[in-house]
Write a protein that binds this ligand. Structure first.
Ligand SMILES: Cc1cc2nc3c(=O)[nH]c(=O)nc-3n(C[C@H](O)[C@H](O)[C@H](O)COP(=O)(O)OP(=O)(O)OC[C@H]3O[C@@H](n4cnc5c(N)ncnc54)[C@H](O)[C@@H]3O)c2cc1C
Length: 395
């Protein structure tokens, strides 16, 4: 199995914390999650049922919630230890949800910035997989790259509750979510650099509405949502009033790094498919792997993978050490997104029409790779932000 060998060799440079854990995560994703991807991609009740069954199986296998805090029911791996498993989990888009690591961003954010009431009410249930959360920052009418223009508002009433009004879109997983964290303006006017705050809102609150689904290149999972004067308890403010963007930035740094690890896992998977096809497909002019132009696809893809992996792990190391990681995370995010797109594209090319058809995961991987260059901030944002930061040292 060329795909497995290459994946293990590259993702386990040192000894895993628990012997064999890497093999078990890898095997779980390949044997149980990947075969259910079509059902999970389609969404709806069948996908919910498939996800439930996978989660039960992950709990039985002792693989549930590896990076979530042990005191809340997770397995307590820190970021540095979890990184190598994140790549394996992420080889399927559905791995993190199936293995219970998907709530990591929400749990970390609420642990650090949630009120005591919010932490007690939601954290154990998020880790147990009884509650699902989503994150709503991007809006239809204002550029996601410029959150200062956020139009959603939250107004504080005399009783201390907040009333949230506005519209968000491309909110991943909103339709099945129990909680939504929303960025809203609490002070000032659109374009002011201050005055934005985060709230965690139960989706059962009157006035919360799922407006429509927004399929991305045919795949489900993204939603437009509306807040029509949704009343939110005062203690559901996340962080200080007006500190929404700094909490969001902290969350995004970790989120981009986790995504980069997962995209590496998917690029590695595509590389395995590319290599196997090249190694096994024959033709009148000899086997596919004997053509130099096919060998070039193999070389360029491997080069992309092996130059991107250290960048991503550098971002992990800096974040884990609590150091400023803006440059490293920006480099890692752009490189991982590009690598995923490049390797999947090469794998499709080497498969010919079969690479675009229904018999391989390549179309779904291509979709993820394309979206990767936009979500969590488009390439251009990271390119300019990294360049500006680096240039200040030379001014
Ligand atoms: C699959 C998917 C899932 C998503 N999930 C979520 C989610 O769960 N929650 C959430 O809040 N959002 C989510 N998003 C939204 C995503 O974060 C935004 O799409 C992204 O931040 C860009 O914002 P925008 O779409 O408004 O693009 P805009 O801000 O309108 O930018 C459009 C384009 O303009 C160009 N551009 C913008 N700024 C610059 C610049 N400074 N320099 C040069 N060019 C520039 C870029 O080419 C950019 O792609 C998701 C998006 C996708 C595709």
């Amino acid at each position: 199995m060329a795909e497995l060998t290459e994946s293990r060799e590259l993702t386990e440079p040192g000894k895993p914390e628990e012997p064999g854990l890497g093999e078990r995560v890898d095997a779980f994703v390949r044997e149980h999650v990947m075969p259910r991807e079509d059902v999970l991609d389609a969404g709806g009740p069948a996908a919910d049922e498939a996800l439930r069954a996978l989660r039960d199986r992950a709990r039985e296998a002792g693989l549930w919630a590896l990076p979530l805090p042990a005191e809340l029911g997770g397995q307590g791996l820190d970021l540095a230890a979890y990184a190598r498993y994140a790549e394996m989990e992420g080889a399927s888009d559905h791995g993190p949800a199936a293995l219970g690591s998907a709530p990591l961003l929400d749990v970390r954010m609420l642990l650090r910035h949630g009120s005591a009431g919010v932490r007690a009410a939601y954290l154990p249930r998020l880790v147990a997989g009884e509650l699902r959360a989503c994150y709503a920052m991007t809006e239809p009418e204002s550029p996601g790259t410029d959150p200062f223009l956020t139009a959603t508002t939250a107004v504080r009433g005399a009783d201390g509750d907040w009333v949230v009004s506005g519209r968000k879109w491309f909110t991943s997983g909103a339709a099945g979510a129990d909680l939504v964290t929303v960025l809203a303006r609490t002070d000032g006017a659109p374009s002011d650099r201050h005055g934005l705050s985060l709230f965690v809102v139960p989706t059962r609150s009157p006035g919360f509405r799922v407006v429509r689904e927004l399929p991305v290149l045919g795949a489900s999972g993204q939603w437009e949502i509306a807040f029509d004067e949704v009343r939110v308890p005062g203690d559901h403010l996340v962080g200080e009033r007006g500190a929404g963007l700094s909490v969001a930035a902290e969350r995004l740094q970790l989120g981009r790094t986790l995504r980069s690890l997962r995209w590496l896992g998917q690029a590695q998977r595509a590389f395995g498919l590319l290599a196997r096809r090249a190694a096994t497909r024959g033709g009148a002019r000899g086997p596919l792997h004997s053509h130099q132009l096919v060998q070039q696809h193999v070389f360029e893809s491997l080069l992309a993978l092996r130059t991107t992996r250290p960048l991503v792990h550098e971002a992990v190391a800096r974040l884990a050490a609590g150091e400023d990681a803006h440059v490293e995370v920006g480099l890692a995010k752009v490189a991982a997104a590009r690598t995923l797109q490049q390797v999947v594209d090469a794998a499709i090319q080497v498969h010919g029409a079969a690479g675009l058809g229904p018999d391989t995961p390549l179309p779904a991987l291509l979709r993820t790779g394309r979206a990767a260059r936009i979500l969590d901030g488009p390439d251009e944002l990271h390119v300019t932000s990294v360049a500006r930061r680096v240039l200040t040292a030379y001014a």
